[in-house]
Design a protein around this ligand. Structure first.
Ligand SMILES: *[C@@H]1O[C@H](CO)[C@@H](O)[C@H](O)[C@H]1NC(C)=O
Ligand SMILES: *[C@@H]1O[C@H](CO)[C@@H](O)[C@H](O)[C@H]1NC(C)=O
Ligand SMILES: *[C@@H]1O[C@H](CO)[C@@H](O)[C@H](O)[C@H]1NC(C)=O
Ligand SMILES: *[C@@H]1O[C@H](CO)[C@@H](O)[C@H](O)[C@H]1NC(C)=O
Ligand SMILES: *[C@@H]1O[C@H](CO)[C@@H](O)[C@H](O)[C@H]1NC(C)=O
Ligand SMILES: *[C@@H]1O[C@H](CO)[C@@H](O)[C@H](O)[C@H]1NC(C)=O
Ligand SMILES: *[C@@H]1O[C@H](CO)[C@@H](O)[C@H](O)[C@H]1NC(C)=O
Ligand SMILES: *[C@@H]1O[C@H](CO)[C@@H](O)[C@H](O)[C@H]1NC(C)=O
Ligand SMILES: [Zn+2]
Length: 719
């Protein structure tokens, strides 16, 4: 695995791509992308794009004014997990108006709510000062001033009042801590001051806890905002595109890479009255709080002159953009006093599920978006997706009113409690896993649909071709001053790279039950207005002023989503390409061989190489059969049925070998969130992490298990 700072340099020009929501939107996250970018094709595409009758009905149905209405509605509701029943009912009613059979589905899950949060610092001169942790209300932005605003906290953080000297530990990755230990920095009994970015925040807290630290403060650093900062001449929100200095990133500190979902019900649905497990494997024992860069600056500056400098620690991204030396400390007598009182309880949450049955009951497409937010706003995360889904139901109503019938079942989901740890989607999948494994052809996720102008998607490889090609059918009006296709905008933003799904949004439970998934949206890139991720400033006002004035990006992403959903529902043969899956497997094989060579580890990949070759042969044969089925105009119904069964079922083979060591939830042998990343993917995780963590017997065992999973998938392709 590349170290995050090395990745920063190589990926700096490739920024935005999809921003899933538990995932911090940062170009500093280590990413694993498609090894062979989809090359821009030179032959001229039809322009403007030519759409079929049905595609035209869908695309024309997306109206920026009504999307704006839905975004405005969601942007003014309290939707914190378990407190958003009104928005759930509203969502159900809107979907029902468009003919979806819609209902609330309740689970009883463990959540934690803030009771008292405060932070104080004592400087070397013995003065004590309160550190501001709340975000200032803005007269221009109504929702930032509300009495029912949700205070700053970390979901699932431990209750505790602690007082101690503190140490700046960089981004708090496993590698950062290893380096500090090697350099003899005293961590035991201290509070960690940690910079956001690179890995999931819960793992930062876990790393601090594992090193004997007693509390954690995580801050946002303006260095991660590139050129769009006050220091570089931009005004801060609400007057300009730079980050508001009070902006705080709330969020969950669940140990996401161990298992997501309700921490008290690993592996089964959280119905009322079910047995409850201990949560200590996945929730921190030490308290933590997030703070803004304005609040962090004096804390960092108070360490000036104490401990190691960034160059002594030898970390190029150790130093940020605040006025401080970014030394480790501790500074004698300089202490933090952190108070965090949480109320944990088992409480109801509400998914909204909307269904239209297809003419074929054996094939189902699930489309999901979460509804819960850390704040009243959340207009990027996830209201942009929620607003688009309401518009999508209206578009499909028009299609159905025109006489069209879905071939496959459509299941729409508005998940609750995603933010705490994908809770609503994991519990629903756990309840319906047998039916899903029998009928699901794919899961389509839309979380942060819009946080900037640059489209991107991440997907399992069989969806790469259809995902990229449908971008060509959408006009991206006035992007950069002229009209062009969403595909061209995507090529410019991503270089044709498609990310590998790790975790960080609701596709996770589907993927790890062998259901292919795609996650799409448009995000922020270099030079774009700063999106206030998980802050009270992620508001309707920000979106209408800076993020997407006119709501045209919303419309374009909605059109793209609706065309994708339409083809997945309607194409006689499911529009997958499994040859692309084989291409990716070969690329991951090269990666893992390199990891093994770099570690000089004694791991024999022969069995895996053979399995990937078999998969490749079966994939080629299946794609050839698909071509002949198409040539016959799909008249050979038996062949069409067998092709569809193969496309629907092959990925179940990848999850047939039991879960990864000590984290059984993650069953996919090809991809999983990294143990120390939490959202970025690690490919062939059993082998790669076995080598990374020096457990060669695990790595060898997983060569065999991974090969068996791939052979099981290949066997399903053999029609
Ligand atoms: C104590 O030190 C802090 C931090 O340097 C400074 O802001 C504050 O003004 C000082 N107070 C007094 C009374 O000197
Ligand atoms: C922690 O501090 C808060 C606020 O002062 C107080 O209400 C709470 O009782 C304290 N908890 C403990 C365990 O001392
Ligand atoms: C410092 O970092 C460089 C570049 O990553 C590396 O080559 C070197 O070995 C490191 N030095 C130490 C003492 O860790
Ligand atoms: C869809 O079909 C299932 C059985 O396959 C049935 O239980 C359900 O009521 C149907 N739903 C609708 C909305 O027709
Ligand atoms: C872009 O397309 C829109 C309609 O889709 C049209 O109104 C506008 O004039 C076009 N702009 C340019 C610069 O061609
Ligand atoms: C920031 O601005 C500098 C100077 O204009 C430019 O060279 C650099 O590419 C910009 N960086 C980004 C990330 O846009
Ligand atoms: C929708 O788009 C039109 C045309 O560009 C624009 O005039 C209107 O203000 C937009 N609506 C909203 C709510 O932004
Ligand atoms: C390697 O993994 C096996 C199986 O989980 C475990 O028993 C063993 O202790 C591990 N060894 C090391 C060095 O981590
Ligand atoms: Zn989200």
């Amino acid at each position: 695995m590349p170290s995050p700072w090395a990745t920063t340099l190589t990926l700096a020009s490739l920024v935005p791509l999809v921003s899933a929501c538990l995932r911090e939107f940062s170009n500093l996250a280590p990413r694993h992308t498609h090894r062979k970018p989809i090359v821009r094709r030179d032959e001229p595409e039809a322009w403007p794009p030519v759409l079929t009758k049905h595609e035209t009905i869908l695309a024309n149905s997306f109206d920026n004014n009504s999307i704006d209405d839905w975004a405005n509605y969601y942007g003014h509701q309290v939707k914190l997990a378990g407190l958003g029943k009104e928005a759930a009912e509203w969502t159900r009613d809107r979907w029902a108006e468009s003919g979806f059979d819609s209902k609330l589905v309740e689970y009883h899950v463990y959540l934690s709510y803030p009771v008292h949060q405060s932070l104080a610092v004592t400087f070397a001169n013995d003065t004590t000062a309160d550190v501001t942790i709340q975000e200032e209300g803005l007269p221009e932005d109504d929702v930032t001033n509300r009495k029912d605003s949700i205070p700053t906290f970390h979901g699932y953080s431990a209750s505790g009042n602690v007082s101690a000297e503190y140490v700046y530990v960089g981004r708090g990755t496993g590698a950062d801590f290893e380096r500090l230990v090697d350099l003899g920095v005293d961590l035991e009994g201290k509070i960690a001051l940690i910079r956001y970015g690179s890995i999931f925040r819960g793992l930062k807290v876990k790393n601090a806890q594992d090193h004997g630290m007693i509390g954690a403060i995580i801050f946002t650093d303006p260095a991660d905002d590139g050129n769009i900062t006050v220091a570089k001449g931009y005004e801060a929100y609400p007057d300009g595109p730079a980050r508001h200095p009070d902006s705080v990133q709330k969020g969950s500190v669940l140990f996401l890479s161990t298992y997501p979902g309700d921490p008290t019900t690993p592996g089964y649905a959280s119905k009322e009255g079910v047995p409850r497990a201990d949560t200590s494997k996945v929730t921190p024992k030490i308290p933590s709080l997030p703070i803004s860069f304005r609040a962090a600056e004096p804390l960092l500056a108070a360490l000036d002159g104490h401990g190691l400098t960034p160059s002594e620690v030898n970390r190029t991204i150790w130093k940020g953009a605040l006025d401080a030396e970014y030394r480790t400390g501790p500074a004698p007598g300089v202490t933090l006093s952190l108070k965090n009182v949480m109320e944990g309880k088992i409480t109801p949450i509400w998914n909204v599920i909307g269904v239209i049955n297809g003419t074929n009951p054996d094939e189902t497409l699930v489309i999901g978006n979460h509804r819960d937010t850390w704040m009243i706003g959340g207009t990027g995360d996830p209201n942009s997706g929620s607003a688009i889904l309401v518009e999508l139901t209206r578009a499909f109503k028009k299609l159905i009113d025109s006489g069209w019938k879905p071939r496959r079942n459509i299941v729409l989901a508005s998940w609750d409690a995603e933010e705490y740890g994908l809770v609503g989607s994991v519990e629903w999948v756990e309840e319906h896993v047998d039916w899903l494994k029998d009928t699901a052809i794919a899961y389509v996720n839309i979380d942060v649909a819009v946080s900037g102008p640059r489209p991107g998607f991440a997907a399992t490889p069989e969806l790469h071709e259809i995902g990229a090609s449908l971008l060509k059918k959408v006009v991206y009006p006035n992007f950069g001053g002229f009209n062009r296709s969403l595909y061209d905008a995507w090529q410019d933003a991503s270089g044709g790279n498609i990310e590998v799904l790790g975790s960080g949004s609701d596709f996770t439970a589907f993927l790890h039950n062998g259901i292919g998934s795609i996650d799409l949206g448009a995000g922020q890139g270099p030079g774009d207005p700063i999106w206030h991720y998980h802050s009270n400033y992620d508001t309707y006002h920000w979106m209408a002023t800076f993020g997407d004035p006119g709501f045209h990006v919303h419309s374009a992403i909605g059109q793209y989503l609706s065309l994708l959903v339409f083809h997945l529902l309607d194409d006689e043969v499911i529009p997958f390409n499994v040859a692309d899956y084989a291409t990716e497997l070969r690329a991951y094989l090269e990666d893992v061989a390199e990891t093994i060579a770099n570690a000089d580890a004694d791991v024999d990949l022969a069995e895996l190489e053979a399995a990937v070759a078999v998969f490749g042969e079966e994939a080629e044969k299946l794609e050839a059969l698909r071509k002949s089925a198409t040539k016959l105009g799909h008249k050979n119904k038996n062949l069409v049925r067998r092709l569809n069964e193969a496309y629907r079922d092959f990925q179940r083979g990848f999850v047939s070998q039991g879960g990864l060591p000590n984290r059984e939830f993650y069953k996919h042998v090809v991809t999983a969130p990294g143990l120390d990343t939490g959202y970025a993917a690690v490919t062939f995780p059993g082998i790669t992490e076995g080598v990374q963590y020096g457990n060669i017997s695990i790595a060898n065992e997983w060569v065999s298990r991974t090969a068996k999973g791939i052979l099981a998938a290949a066997a399903v392709l053999r029609v």
